[in-house]
Ligand binder design. Structure first.
Ligand SMILES: Nc1ncnc2c1ncn2[C@@H]1O[C@H](COP(=O)(O)OP(=O)(O)OP(=O)(O)O)[C@@H](O)[C@H]1O
Ligand SMILES: [Mg+2]
Length: 677
C-alpha cells in the first residue's frame, strides 16, 4: 500500500488515538492523528483511507467545513467515517447520530469501550469499501482515457461519429460529424436535406434497411453544403442486431472524401491523357519508322538504278568499240564480196556461194547497227519528221510482220507536232516494238499504235515539248523482274536463236541519243505498253531535207582522182578497189597528216573520201584543213559512228559505214554536184 494512503484520526482525549493507531498498525494500515477538526479537514484528500473521529471531538468544533469537503467528493469517492461514541451512543438512542449521518454521509458508529476485534472488523470493512472506491476510480480514469483516445483518433482521421436508432429513426451525430455536413445540427431530416436529390432516396433506404446478414454498411454520396458547394461524403457503420437478427442500430463514422475524389478524378484524367499521348507518340514513331524505311528503299532503288546505268554505260562503251571495229571489218568483207561478184565466173554455184557470204555479212552489219544503236553511237540523220506519216507509212509492213491472227489498230490524233528524229531509226524501233508485242501474243490479240503530245515531260527528261509514240498490246505482259531487265542488252526470254535481246536496248539507246526516253509499263496477263518519248522539233532546229539530187546514181561524174583516207588499211584497200572498179583513180593515205601532204603535192586530186574516226586527226579536222588548202575540193565523210562534233563541218556529206559500191558511187555523185557548204 502506498505510503500516502492513511487513516485520519481525531481523538484528542486520553490514549484513544494511540490505541487506535496501534491496532491499525497491526493490520498494516498507516494512520495519522490530528489535534482538531480543522486540521483533519485540511488533510482529507484522494488518498485518505477513512476517518476515525470521537464523538466529543465532533462536538468540539463546527462540522460544516468537513461536511462541505465530503459533499464535494468526486463521484467515485464516498470516504468512510467511523464515529467512536459514548455509552449508549447507538443511532437508535442518539438523535444526534442521525444528524451526523446526514451531514457526513458514509458514517459507522462504534460504541466505547469497544472490543479490539470489533474495532478491527469495522476498520477492515471501511478499508475494503474504500479500496473498492479506488478501483472504481481507476476504472473511470481508464474509461475516460480510452474515450479521449477515441475522440483524438476520430479527430485525427477526420471522422465524425454518428449513430442511427433504426426503429425510432433517431439519428445522432457528433460535432465533428455535423461539421462534415456543414450544418450546426444534424438530425435525420437534416441529413436527408443535405443529400443531393438524385441520391437522397437510395441513401435513406440503404441506411434504414441494411442488407440482411450484413455486418457492415458502406455508402458514398454527394451532399450540398448550405453555401451550395458540393462535397462527397462516405458513411461506414457497424450494423447492430437484436437476438432475432433484426438490425436495430447503426454505429459509424462519416468522412469527407471530396479531396480524394477530386484527386482520383485528376489521376484518372491524367492517366487517360497519358494513354492518349502514348498512343499518339507511338503513331508518330511508327510513321517516322515507315518514312525512314521508305527512304532507305528509295535510296536502294536509286543505287540499283545507278548501278544499272553504270553497267549499261560500260557495256555500251565496250559494245560500241567492238561494233565499230566489226563494222569496218564487215565493210571490207562486203566491199570485196561485191567486187568478187562482178569479176567471178557467172556460174550458178559461185553466185550461190557469193549470195551466202553476202547474206551473212549483211546480217552481221545489221547486228552491228543494233549494237551501235544500243551504245548510242549510231550516226543519226536528224530531221523534223511527222510521226503520223511515219506510222501510217508503216502500216502495211507492220500488218505483214504480225500476221493475220493479230489486229493492228491505229489511234492517231488529227495533228501532232513534228519530232526531231532520224526517221529510219524510228521506223526500225517501231517495228521492233510491234514484233515484241506479236511475240507476246502467240494466240492472237490486239496491238494499238498511238501517238500524242503529253502535257508534261516525263521524269528524268529536260523540260520542253515532247511527242510520244505508244505501242500497246494485249499479250502476256511481264512480271516485275522481267520488266526490270527488259532493256538490258542481250536480255531475252525468247528461245535461243529467236531473240538477240537487243531490241529494247537498242530502242532505249536510240531514244536517249535523241534526248528522249523509253518507258515500259506491263501487267502479267494483261499486256504491255511501250512509250517512246521524243523531243518535238522547235522551228529553228528544223532542217529542211537536203534537196533530192536529180540523179540517183553515180553516173555522169566522169573519171575522178580520189584521195581515200582511212587508218584501217583493210578498208582503205577495199574502198580503193571499189572506186577503181567504178573507173576512178585512187590515192590512199592512212592518217590526216599524210592526207594533207598528198593534197598539197597532188593538185590533180578531184575528191577526198575520208574516214571520221582516226587517231590524232579525225575526218572533220582533216576536212577543215583540206579546205584551207583547196577550198573547192569536195569531201565525203565516211562514218559508222556518232561522234561528230556539232559544228559547221557537221554538214559535210556523209556516207554510212558499211557501204556498198552503189552507195559509194551515189554519194560521190551527190557530193560532187552539191554546192559547197
Ligand atoms: N510487248 C512485250 N510483252 C511481253 N514481254 C516483252 C514485250 N516486249 C519485250 N518483252 C520482254 O523483254 C525481253 C527483251 O526484249 P527485247 O526486244 O530487248 O529482246 P527480244 O525481243 O527478246 O530479242 P530481239 O528484240 O533482239 O529479237 C523479251 O525477251 C521479252 O521477255
Ligand atoms: Mg525484241
Amino acid at each position: 500500500m502506498p505510503h500516502r494512503q492513511k487513516v485520519l484520526l481525531l481523538a484528542p482525549l486520553g490514549r484513544d488515538a494511540a490505541v487506535a493507531s496501534g491496532m491499525l498498525e497491526r493490520i498494516g494500515v498507516a494512520s495519522e492523528a490530528y489535534p482538531d477538526l480543522a486540521s483533519l479537514q485540511r488533510a482529507v484528500d484522494h488518498n485518505s483511507l477513512f476517518i476515525i473521529i470521537t464523538e466529543e471531538a465532533l462536538r468540539a468544533g463546527s462540522l460544516q467545513p468537513l461536511a462541505g469537503k465530503l459533499a464535494a467528493q468526486p463521484s467515485w469517492s464516498d470516504l468512510p467515517v467511523i464515529v467512536l461514541t459514548q455509552h449508549g451512543g447507538g443511532a437508535e438512542r442518539n438523535p444526534g447520530a442521525v444528524r451526523l449521518v446526514e451531514t457526513l454521509g458514509n458514517v459507522t458508529f462504534v460504541e466505547r469501550p469497544f472490543h479490539p476485534t470489533t474495532f478491527l472488523s469495522i476498520s477492515r470493512s471501511a478499508l475494503k469499501a474504500r479500496q473498492r472506491q479506488f478501483e472504481a476510480r481507476a476504472r473511470m480514469v481508464e474509461l475516460h482515457e480510452s474515450a479521449e483516445n477515441l475522440r483524438m483518433a476520430l479527430l485525427a482521421g477526420r471522422l465524425g461519429s454518428w449513430d442511427l436508432d433504426l426503429p425510432s429513426v433517431i439519428f445522432t451525430a457528433s460535432a465533428p460529424c455535423t461539421a462534415i455536413f456543414g450544418r450546426s445540427r444534424l438530425a435525420w431530416d437534416d441529413l436527408l436535406d443535405c443529400i443531393v436529390p438524385e441520391d437522397r432516396d437510395s441513401v435513406a433506404a440503404a441506411l434504414r434497411h441494411p442488407a440482411p446478414q450484413a455486418e457492415n454498411l458502406y455508402i458514398a454520396f454527394c451532399i450540398a453544403w448550405p453555401d451550395r458547394s458540393l462535397r462527397w461524403v462516405e458513411l461506414r457503420a457497424r450494423v447492430i442486431r437484436d437476438e432475432g437478427g433484426r438490425a436495430v442500430r447503426l454505429v459509424g463514422v462519416a468522412t469527407d472524401v471530396t479531396d480524394r475524389r477530386i484527386a482520383e478524378h485528376r489521376l484518372r484524367r491524367l492517366n487517360e491523357e497519358l494513354e492518349k499521348r502514348v498512343v499518339a507518340r507511338t503513331r508518330e514513331l511508327k510513321q517516322a519508322h515507315a518514312s525512314v524505311l521508305a527512304e532507305i528503299e528509295q535510296r536502294e532503288q536509286a543505287q540499283k538504278q545507278l548501278r544499272q546505268a553504270q553497267k549499261n554505260e560500260m557495256i555500251g562503251q565496250l559494245t560500241g568499240g567492238v561494233a565499230h571495229d566489226f563494222n569496218n571489218l564487215l565493210m571490207a568483207v562486203l566491199g570485196n564480196l561485191e567486187l568478187l561478184r562482178k569479176h567471178a565466173p557467172d556460174d550458178a554455184r559461185t553466185q550461190r556461194l557469193l549470195d551466202g557470204a553476202f547474206q551473212g555479212a549483211r546480217r552481221g552489219a545489221a547486228l552491228t547497227q543494233r549494237l551501235l544503236a544500243f551504245a548510242r553511237r549510231q550516226d543519226l540523220h536528224l530531221q523534223s519528221s511527222s510521226l503520223l506519216d511515219l506510222i501510217r507509212g508503216m502500216r502495211d509492213l507492220i500488218a505483214r510482220s504480225v500476221g493475220p491472227g493479230i489486229d493492228v489498230r491505229l489511234d492517231l490524233p488529227a495533228t501532232l507536232p513534228p519530232a526531231l528524229v532520224d526517221g529510219n531509226q524510228i521506223e526500225l524501233a517501231l517495228l521492233n516494238l510491234v514484233i515484241n508485242s506479236r511475240d507476246a501474243m502467240p494466240d492472237g490479240g490486239t496491238i494499238t499504235i498511238a501517238a500524242d503530245e503529253p502535257p508534261d515531260a516525263a521524269a528524268g527528261l529536260a523540260s520542253g515539248r515532247y511527242v510520244r509514240l505508244i505501242v500497246s498490246d494485249t499479250g502476256t505482259g511481264m512480271d516485275e523482274q522481267t520488266l526490270a531487265r527488259a532493256t538490258e542488252p542481250f536480255f531475252s526470254t525468247k528461245e535461243l536463236g529467236k531473240g538477240t535481246g537487243l531490241g529494247l536496248s537498242m530502242i532505249q539507246g536510240l531514244a536517249t541519243q535523241l534526248n528522249g526516253t523509253l518507258r515500259l509499263l506491263s501487267t502479267v496477263g494483261k499486256g504491255t505498253r511501250a512509250e517512246l518519248w521524243l523531243p518535238a522539233s522547235a522551228a529553228d532546229e528544223q532542217r529542211p531535207a537536203l534537196p533530192a539530187p536529180s540523179m540517183q546514181d553515180g553516173a555522169g561524174v566522169g573519171r575522178l582522182t580520189i584521195l581515200v583516207v582511212d587508218d584501217d588499211t583493210l578498208i582503205a584497200s577495199s574502198t580503193h578497189h571499189m572506186l577503181e572498179d567504178l573507173g576512178h583513180e585512187v590515192i590512199e593515205a592512212y592518217s590526216g597528216d599524210e592526207a594533207l601532204t598528198v593534197v598539197r603535192q597532188n593538185p590533180e586530186i578531184d575528191f577526198v573520201l575520208t574516214d571520221f574516226a582516226m587517231p590524232l586527226m579525225n575526218g572533220v579536222e582533216l576536212a577543215r584543213r583540206v579546205r584551207s588548202i583547196r577550198p573547192d575540193l569536195p569531201i565525203l565523210l565516211a562514218t559508222g559512228y556518232a561522234e561528230l562534233p556539232r559544228d559547221a563541218f557537221n554538214d559535210l556529206p556523209r556516207l554510212g559505214k558499211p557501204y556498198q559500191q552503189s552507195e559509194l558511187s551515189r554519194e560521190i555523185a551527190k557530193a560532187v554536184r552539191a554546192p559547197l557548204a
